[in-house]
Each structure stands twice: as structure tokens, then as C-alpha cells.
Design a protein around this ligand. Structure first.
Ligand SMILES: *Cc1c(COP(=O)(O)O)cnc(C)c1O
Length: 449
């Protein structure tokens, strides 16, 4: 076992060390070689060293350098070395971290990671939380708690009796709602289309003057951190409206919630601490490995009512926190371990500094690309930058050429009728030199494409 695991750790380290020197996108040859991993199911066992060697030799070059310093696509984030190491260790432990009595160590670590997360984000300490796979499942879990609570207030037990015959729930979303919220609403029987849309302003923020009257059981889905602009809905005003109507306010803050960890950017999220539930990712701005997100609910009982399982062989009514009482999964890996490691290493100051560094890099991108004559389409308030190089076809052509060049990688988006390159700076690994190198590449490619 030792030679295999040591050799594999060494391969992984070499992979990470090599990211800076290779192109961000894989070459066509590397992708073509993936067929070597295909073929019929082997009939007989073979040497595990050969398995790992094949995987590393073929798949590592075919991977996208998302863990490297110059990947700016989607909203990704890297993985802090301490979190990669913690993940290796937790994988070796192989704990099925569902119930406290079975895995007290990881259950306790997750309870601490939850408490620290609430603290660093400025959320109420009595909140409950679930460590899930990402913001999609976090949105799903938090909205399941919302569904429970608004129907309970209307005298209906949705977990027991389902939605057939239940009092209708009004669901309010933004015109800029993230598709994962829409999907979560569909999975919860609340309907992908059966929602009321609120129009947004030029930065993608819900317009408070366009809100409908809130009557009856109501869930309002808001957003902190628009995937294009980085902007946040006016949560304080929305919470005021909603609390007058006893409506539930949910915040999708997959990456944007982490602005609250920085004294410099916390104003963007002001008022969000008064919401009822929040969804966020740890695999984006906290820079832990996939897959890791958190559903956070002000009233832990609402989340527990939606998620707890009962079975004869499972202990009931523990005074300790059973992780699986709050998650859609029963058997689960202890995702909170990497969150714990990130927060233990960075501390409050380190998280703030990580957020501020990424935002400073985004501002530098915007300043330099604008100085080079390109158009910045958004107010760069956080870590997101939208760049247009001219009309839609030109912008698209330049984005493809930048991706092929390989110095850096940024994706394409549509923003209020314009085609744009979307640059998201979310990785601990990105330095000022990486930003300058990337700007030079983008300008060079744009001028010759
Ligand atoms: C990324 C993102 C999601 C989805 O998160 P996953 O981790 O991919 O499930 C939801 N909402 C927003 C605003 C996001 O940026």
C-alpha cells in the first residue's frame, strides 16, 4: 500500500507544480489520447501501480488547469494546498459521516466548521447547516426547509402529506435567478415555471419598486453575487418587505456570500444576515476541493424537519448533531473537514484577504483591459469582469482565440443583450503577475484575431 500511495501523492504534487507552465486548456492530442482509458471491461485484475500510471499519464494532461492560477472561467476557485491535504487524509479515514455515534470525530469537526462558517460570514450563531455537494443542493435543501416552514405556518405538514391539496405557495424570483434555484424549485414540486419574476436593474439587482404584494405562504429567492456582474440584490429592503408579510427570504450566495467575510466588501451583502436561509459554496471562493457547499437555515428545526430520516437501526433524539439529519444524503463523506482546514489555516483575516485579493485582481483586469481600449460592461464591484471586444461575433471569435492561446481561460456570456468575455477571479493561486500575463495575452490575441 505505501509505495502505491506515496507514488500517487508524488504524481499529484508534480501535476500541481506543472500547472503554471502548461496551457490552461488541454491540447487536442491530449484529449484524443483519452481513448487509452476506454476499451472493454478488463477480465482480470492488474497491478494497481499500472492503473495509477495510466490514469496520470493520460488524464492529467487532458484535464483543464482549473487548479492553476490563470483559469478565470465560470466561478471556480482553486483548492488551497491545506484543503487538498485534508481531503487526502479524510479520504484515508473513509468515514461514513452520517450519524454522530458512528463517526464522532468527523461529526464534531463538521460542527466546528459550521460554527466558524457562520462566524466568518456574520450569520446568526443559532443557524443550522448542512454540508452538501454544492450550491445547487444547498439551494434545494434550504428551499426544502422554506417549504416546510411556510406550509407549517399554514397548518400543513408537507413531509407527511406532500403537496397535493396543500395551500399554494407563492414563489418570487429575480429575472436573474440562477438556474440551479429554478432546478431546485422543480425538484421540490414548487415548479420551475410556476414563479413570479421580479425585473432587475442594469447590474442584475432585483428592483424593489417592482415587487408584487406579498400575500399568503411566500418564499422570496434573492441573490448575493450575480454570476455575471457580481452584484447583490437589495436584501435589507427585501427582508423588510418580506417580514411584514411573514414571507421566507432565501439568499443564493454561492460565491457572493463570502464578500461578507471582508470588512471592505461586506457592504454589498448588508442586510443578508436577516434572511431565513442561505446557500453557498465552499468549492468556489473558500477554495476547497469539489464537491462542497453549505445550506444554512436560521431555524435549524425547519431544515431538520425537511431532511431527517427515521429507521429502527438509526439512533434517535441524540443530543449530538447528526450530520445526516440536515442533508439529503444519508451515507456521506465528511465534507466539512476541508472547510475546517481552510478556516483553521486562513483564520478570519486570511479569508478576508483572499476575498480582497481576488477583487483587487478583478479591478486590475478591468483597468488594464479598459486602458487597452476594450469595453467593460459591468460595475466591477466584486470579482467578476465582463469584457466586450466589439460586436457579438468579434467578441466570440476573440474569446475562442484566447482559449486556444492557452495562457489563460475565460468563458463567454450574454449580458443584457451583449456578448461578453466573463472573467471571474476566485482562486487563491492567482497572483498580480498572472493577471498581467493574462491581460497581455488577451490584448495580443484580440489585436491579431
Ligand atoms: C455556482 C452557482 C450556483 C450553483 O452552484 P454549484 O456549486 O455549481 O451547484 C448557484 N448559484 C450561484 C449564484 C452560483 O454562482
Amino acid at each position: 500500500m505505501r509505495p502505491l500511495l506515496e507514488a500517487t501523492a508524488n504524481r499529484a504534487i508534480c501535476y500541481l507544480e506543472g500547472l503554471d507552465a502548461r496551457g490552461v486548456a488541454p491540447t487536442a492530442a491530449a484529449l484524443a489520447a483519452l481513448t487509452l482509458l476506454d476499451g472493454p471491461l478488463p477480465e482480470r485484475p492488474c497491478d494497481p501501480h499500472a492503473v495509477i500510471a495510466l490514469l496520470d499519464d493520460v488524464a492529467s494532461p487532458a484535464s483543464v488547469a482549473m487548479a492553476g492560477p490563470r483559469f478565470f472561467g465560470f466561478v471556480i476557485g482553486g483548492a488551497l494546498p491545506v484543503t487538498v491535504a485534508a481531503s487526502w487524509l479524510a479520504t484515508a479515514w473513509d468515514q461514513n459521516s452520517a450519524i454522530y455515534r458512528a463517526t464522532p470525530a468527523t461529526a464534531q469537526i463538521e460542527a466546528t466548521a459550521m460554527r466558524w462558517t457562520l462566524d466568518v460570514l456574520g450569520l446568526p450563531p443559532q443557524c443550522g447547516a448542512a454540508f452538501v455537494t454544492g450550491a445547487t443542493v444547498a439551494n434545494f435543501s434550504a428551499l426544502a426547509a422554506a417549504r416546510h416552514a411556510v406550509l407549517e405556518r399554514a397548518g400543513w405538514n408537507v413531509e407527511g402529506d406532500g403537496l397535493f391539496g396543500a395551500p399554494p405557495i407563492t414563489v418570487i424570483v429575480s429575472d436573474e435567478v440562477h438556474p440551479s434555484v429554478t432546478k431546485a424549485l422543480g425538484m421540490l414540486g414548487l415548479g420551475r415555471s410556476r414563479v413570479t419574476h421580479v425585473p432587475v436593474d442594469g447590474q442584475g439587482r432585483m428592483r424593489i419598486d417592482q415587487f408584487p404584494a406579498l400575500v399568503g405562504p411566500t418564499i422570496v429567492c434573492t441573490q448575493v453575487g450575480n454570476v455575471n456582474t457580481g452584484s447583490a440584490d437589495p436584501i435589507a429592503d427585501i427582508v423588510d418587505l418580506a417580514s411584514a408579510a411573514d414571507a421566507w427570504v432565501h439568499v443564493d450566495g454561492a460565491f457572493g456570500l463570502w464578500a461578507a467575510a471582508s470588512p471592505k466588501y461586506a457592504h454589498l451583502t448588508s442586510g443578508m444576515e436577516s434572511a431565513d436561509s442561505w446557500a453557498t459554496d465552499a468549492h468556489k471562493w473558500l477554495n476547497v476541493p469539489y464537491d462542497s457547499g453549505l445550506a444554512i437555515v436560521r431555524d435549524p428545526h425547519a431544515l431538520q424537519a425537511a431532511m431527517a430520516i427515521t429507521a429502527a437501526y438509526l439512533p434517535t433524539a441524540s443530543s449530538q448533531r447528526n450530520p445526516a439529519d440536515f442533508t439529503p444524503e444519508l451515507s456521506r463523506r465528511a465534507r466539512g473537514v476541508e472547510v475546517w482546514a481552510a478556516l483553521r489555516q486562513l483564520g478570519r483575516a486570511g479569508v478576508a484577504e483572499l476575498v480582497e485579493r481576488c477583487c483587487a485582481h478583478a479591478a486590475r483586469f478591468a483597468t488594464q483591459l479598459s486602458a487597452a481600449g476594450f469595453e467593460i460592461l459591468n460595475d466591477v464591484v466584486l470579482n467578476q469582469v465582463l469584457v466586450a471586444f466589439g460586436d457579438s461575433a468579434t467578441t466570440q471569435r476573440i474569446i475562442e482565440a484566447v482559449q486556444a492561446d492557452g495562457t489563460c481561460w475565460a468563458g463567454i456570456t450574454e449580458w443584457q443583450g451583449r456578448t461578453a468575455m466573463r472573467i471571474s477571479v476566485s482562486s487563491w493561486a492567482t497572483t498580480t503577475a498572472d493577471v498581467d500575463l493574462s491581460v497581455m495575452a488577451i490584448v495580443r490575441v484580440a489585436r491579431s484575431a
